[in-house]
Design a protein around this ligand. Structure first.
Ligand SMILES: Cc1cc2nc3c(=O)[nH]c(=O)nc-3n(C[C@H](O)[C@H](O)[C@H](O)COP(=O)(O)O)c2cc1C
Length: 251
C-alpha cells in the first residue's frame, strides 16, 4: 500500500486546492492501473498555526518540537507518507511563510524524530526518508517565482533523503508550474479550464502527470526495496522505508 499526502500551502480554498484535488485523483488512478492500494490524504494549512523555528534544539533530543501549534500533526503525517505532493501558491517569488516554517522545523527535528520513531536503531544522523516528493505551484503571473518555489522543494526533497519527481516532458520540466493569467480569484484556474484556456490545460496536465509519476516511482521503490531487503537491512539509512513497508504488511 502506498500512502500519498497532499499538502495544500494556501491559506484559502482556491487554485492550489483545485490542483491538489486533481493531483490526488490522478494518484488514486495509479492504484487501479498498477494493481496497488493507494491511499490519499488532503491536508491544508488553511486555518492552521505553524510558527517559525526558534532554534532551541529541543527537537534534536526529544524528537518533538517545543512549540505547541499545528506543526506536529503535519510532521506525523509526513513521516507516515510514501509520497508527498505540495500544492503551493507563489508568495513573494517563493513559498508562503507557513510552509517554509513547516519545512524548517521538519528538517531540524528529523534526527531527533527518527531516534524517537526507531528507538532500537543506533542512528548517527538522520536516515534517508526515501519518499517521493513533488511540487505543484502557480502564481498570478508568469515567470514570477514558480521555478524558485519548485527549486526550494527540490532542495527540501534532497535534504529529506527523498526523490524529487517531475511530470512528463515537454510540459513539466521541474514540476507542475503555471499561472492564473493575472486573475486573482480563487477559482481562476477552474474557470479557465472550463473555458479551455491553453495555459490552464497545460498546468492541469502537468499536475496529473507529476502526481502519477510520483506514485509510480514510490511503487517501484517499495518493490525494489523488497527485492533488496537483506542488503538494505544492513544499512540503517534505509530504516524509514523498511519500517513503512513493515507497517503496511497485510494492508
Ligand atoms: C502575499 C502574497 C504574495 C504573492 N506573491 C506572488 C508572487 O510573487 N508571484 C505571483 O505570481 N503571484 C503572487 N501572488 C498571487 C498568488 O500566488 C495567486 O493569486 C495564486 O493563484 C493564489 O493561489 P490560491 O488561490 O491557491 O490561494 C501572491 C499572493 C499573495 C497573497
Amino acid at each position: 500500500m502506498i500512502k500519498v499526502l497532499g499538502i495544500c500551502a494556501s491559506p484559502r480554498n482556491g487554485n492550489s486546492k483545485y490542483l491538489l484535488e486533481e493531483a490526488l485523483s490522478s494518484a488514486k488512478q495509479v492504484g487501479q492501473d498498477w494493481g496497488c492500494k493507494v491511499e490519499t490524504e488532503y491536508y491544508s494549512i488553511r486555518g492552521k498555526k505553524i510558527g517559525g523555528c526558534i532554534a532551541c534544539d529541543y527537537c534534536q533530543t526529544k524528537g518533538v518540537c517545543v512549540l505547541k501549534d499545528d506543526f506536529e500533526e503535519l510532521a506525523e503525517k509526513f513521516m507516515e507518507a510514501d509520497v508527498v505532493i505540495y500544492s503551493i501558491p507563489v508568495y513573494h517569488m517563493g513559498m508562503p511563510a507557513q510552509l517554509k516554517a513547516f519545512i524548517d522545523r521538519l528538517g531540524n527535528s528529523m534526527y531527533g524524530r527518527c531516534k524517537r520513531y526507531y528507538p532500537n536503531v543506533q542512528l548517527k544522523f538522520a536516515p534517508r526518508g526515501m519518499r517521493t516528493i513533488a511540487c505543484i505551484t502557480q502564481g498570478l503571473h508568469a515567470f514570477s517565482g514558480q521555478e524558485h518555489t519548485m527549486t526550494q522543494i527540490m532542495n527540501h526533497a534532497m535534504l529529506m533523503g527523498s526523490l524529487y519527481i517531475t511530470g512528463d516532458k515537454w510540459q513539466s520540466y521541474i514540476g507542475a508550474g503555471g499561472w492564473t493569467s493575472n486573475d486573482a480569484s480563487r477559482d481562476a484556474l477552474e474557470k479557465q479550464m472550463r473555458e479551455g484556456l491553453y495555459d490552464a490545460e497545460i498546468l492541469l496536465n502537468c499536475t496529473r502527470t507529476t502526481a502519477r509519476r510520483a506514485v509510480e516511482t514510490a511503487i517501484i521503490l517499495h518493490n525494489g526495496a523488497k527485492a533488496c531487503l537483506k542488503n538494505m537491512e544492513r544499512e540503517i539509512v534505509y530504516t524509514p522505508l523498511l519500517e513503512r513497508i513493515k507497517a503496511r504488511k497485510g494492508e
